[in-house]
Design a protein around this ligand. Structure first.
Ligand code: SF4
Length: 106
């Protein structure tokens, strides 16, 4: 597979609605807000319990278990080591990638 074939275009595909992306981000914001109000870190608690907090289906964000160039889960602001994501449902791998990728602040 060539590098070009291996990369996902960063444009929003027709199959991914703005609603899907906004829903995932809204849920993430809600989880963070609950933690701020209760003093409990729901992301850390969920991760400690073996459950990842992300709820958006992998297919909706075109998740894949390999990077898009230099962009990958381990350098994404949504990544929760070792295998969770704040947005995408289920386990992810550090070398994975999806359309919700946001680089970690430097
Ligand atoms: S690239 Fe996608 S799946 Fe990976 S941590 Fe970031 S938002 Fe989650």
């Amino acid at each position: 597979m060539s590098k070009e074939e291996n990369e996902i275009e960063k444009t929003t595909p027709e199959s991914l609605s703005r609603r899907d992306v906004l829903k995932g981000l809204a849920i993430t914001a809600g989880v963070v807000a609950v933690g701020a109000v209760t003093g409990v870190n729901p992301i850390g608690a969920a991760h400690a319990a073996g459950k990842c907090p992300g709820t958006t289906p992998k297919a909706a964000l075109q998740y894949r278990p390999h990077p898009n160039g230099k962009d990958h889960c381990a350098v994404c602001a949504n990544f929760i080591a070792p295998h969770c994501c704040k947005v995408v449902a289920g386990s992810v791998v550090p070398d994975g990638y999806c359309l919700a990728f946001i680089p970690k602040p430097a």
